[in-house]
Design a protein around this ligand. Structure first.
Ligand SMILES: *[C@@H]1O[C@H](CO)[C@@H](O)[C@H](O)[C@H]1NC(C)=O
Ligand SMILES: *[C@@H]1O[C@H](CO)[C@@H](O)[C@H](O)[C@H]1NC(C)=O
Ligand SMILES: *[C@@H]1O[C@H](CO)[C@@H](O)[C@H](O)[C@H]1NC(C)=O
Length: 173
C-alpha cells in the first residue's frame, strides 16, 4: 500500500520533470532558430566612415559582437547600397553588382554559414573609403550549454514553477 503510493508519487514527479525539460528545450531551440539581428554600425548605420576611422570603423563595431549562425546583420543606408562579396572583393574593393544602384534602403542578410562573411558598398569608391564589413561567424550558440540562453528560456522556466505548484496542490506528487 505505502509502496504503491510512493511509486505513484515518483511517477508523477518524473512526469512533471520530463515536461519541464521538454518545454525548456523547445524554448531554447526556438530562440536559437531566430538568432539575433544586429544593425550594422549601430546608430551610425551603413555609410562612408570618417576618413580618420576608415580602416577600423566597421571592424570596431564587429569586434564587440560574437556572431553565430542564424544571426542576421541589417544594413540601413541612404543613397547607398550593400552587397555580399567574396574575400577578394572585401580586400580589393573590386566587386560590385549591376543592379545595386544607390538608393535609400534596409537590407537584411542572414549569417547562414560559419566562417567569415564579407559585405561592401557596391559603390567601389565607398568600399575603398572603408565602407566594408567582415564578420566572423561561429557555428554553435548552444555549445556553452542550454542554460546560457536568452530571456525567453528564463521566462518559460519561471512559468513552469506555477505548473509544478499546481501539480503539488492537486495532490499529484
Ligand atoms: C565596443 O565596446 C567598447 C567597450 O565596451 C566601447 O567602448 C566601444 O565604444 C564599442 N565600440 C563600438 C563600435 O560599439
Ligand atoms: C547619391 O550617390 C551617387 C553615387 O554615389 C552620387 O553621384 C549622388 O550625388 C548622390 N546623391 C545625393 C542626393 O547625395
Ligand atoms: C579582385 O582582385 C583580386 C586580386 O587582384 C582578383 O583575384 C579578383 O579576381 C578580382 N575580382 C574581380 C571581381 O575583379
Amino acid at each position: 500500500m505505502a509502496a504503491a503510493a510512493t511509486s505513484r508519487r515518483l511517477l508523477a514527479l518524473a512526469a512533471v520533470l520530463v515536461l519541464a525539460v521538454l518545454s525548456l528545450q523547445a524554448a531554447v531551440s526556438s530562440a536559437a532558430a531566430k538568432g539575433t539581428r544586429y544593425t550594422v554600425g549601430g546608430a551610425d548605420g551603413w555609410r562612408v566612415p570618417p576618413p580618420e576611422d576608415k580602416e577600423r570603423f566597421y571592424a570596431d563595431w564587429a569586434s564587440n559582437i560574437t556572431f553565430y549562425v542564424d544571426d542576421s546583420v541589417e544594413f540601413v543606408y541612404k543613397n547607398d547600397s550593400v552587397i555580399k562579396v567574396g574575400k577578394a572583393g572585401y580586400y580589393h574593393c573590386n566587386e560590385t553588382a549591376p543592379d545595386a544602384a544607390p538608393r535609400d534602403g534596409t537590407t537584411l542578410f542572414v549569417l547562414d554559414a560559419p566562417g567569415p562573411a564579407y559585405f561592401a558598398s557596391a559603390d567601389l569608391d565607398h568600399c575603398n573609403m572603408g565602407q566594408r564589413l567582415m564578420v566572423d561567424v561561429l557555428a554553435d550558440r548552444a555549445a556553452p550549454g542550454p542554460w546560457a540562453s536568452g530571456p525567453s528560456a528564463q521566462h518559460s522556466a519561471a512559468a513552469l514553477v506555477p505548473v509544478a505548484l499546481a501539480a503539488l496542490a492537486a495532490g499529484f506528487v
